[in-house]
Design a protein around this ligand. Sequence first.
Ligand SMILES: C[S@@+](CC[C@H](N)C(=O)[O-])C[C@H]1O[C@@H](n2cnc3c(N)ncnc32)[C@H](O)[C@@H]1O
Ligand SMILES: [Zn+2]
Length: 271
Amino acid sequence: MISFICPVCGLPLEDRGSLYCCKNRHSFDKSKYGYVNLLLSNQSSKKHHGDDRLMVRARKDFLSKGYYGFLLSKLSELCRSYLTPNACILDAGCGECYYSCGILADNPGFDFAGIDISKDALEYAAKRGAEFPLAVAGVFDMPFADNSFGCVINCFSPNAEKEYARVLKSGGILLRVVPLEDHLFSLKAVIYDKPYLHEKPQNDIGLLKLSDYAEIRKTLIIEDKEDISNLFKMTPYYYKTGAEDQNKVLDISRLETEAAFGIFIYTKEKE
Ligand SMILES: C[S@@+](CC[C@H](N)C(=O)[O-])C[C@H]1O[C@@H](n2cnc3c(N)ncnc32)[C@H](O)[C@@H]1O
Ligand SMILES: [Zn+2]
């Protein structure tokens, strides 16, 4: 089982049931959902962090319908082929743990941990049934010792390259999932007169070696207004758009759009 380190002094945190405690007696209560908040107030002055409740709930509802099941299957297959059956995996910026819970269901030997800066996301992760250690923490300053994980999953979350490299064991892998240029293009075309393409994904991570790259895509046919609304609300476009333009999407009852993902596989080279 993966253990967190104390965000104050860096010593390992021991799991004492309702709280975590280090040898220096810094202690952190678990929430009623089971996750622990390891974000110190001096690490951020903001009251709310990461994705808010509306976005998190929309994503949870949309993902639960299986539209991105093809990405989950691909990640599960990659974990199986690259990792040992009992590998330690960190889901960094785990959201509601759709991917980590799904990978674990397929491969019950894996030892998972998840962090996200949004409490709302972790509440829904617990409700999804994530039973592995979960903490509110930022990916740029993670509560784990060096060389802890065989794999870090960075799925649409910020790219904290240095931290991912630090917590990976040598020979460990980073699975980085990014949207491809035409991802959800037809959704954008409903809102914008001149929809733009996503930026071309970059593959330059200096500290880790790019070992492999895969692209997967699927045309989504969504014939449920609520699912269309949830997909829209899990993207930034909903939040950047005024009510009139939002209604262009919220009023339609059928959407055919492409989902397209790039998966970079980086390796921490053996020293
Ligand atoms: C697009 S969501 C992806 C969630 C999940 N990986 C998935 O694919 O379903 C990005 C997640 O990163 C989290 N996040 C944003 N900034 C973060 C940071 N600095 N540290 C940790 N998590 C962060 C958000 O709260 C959100 O849950
Ligand atoms: Zn401590």
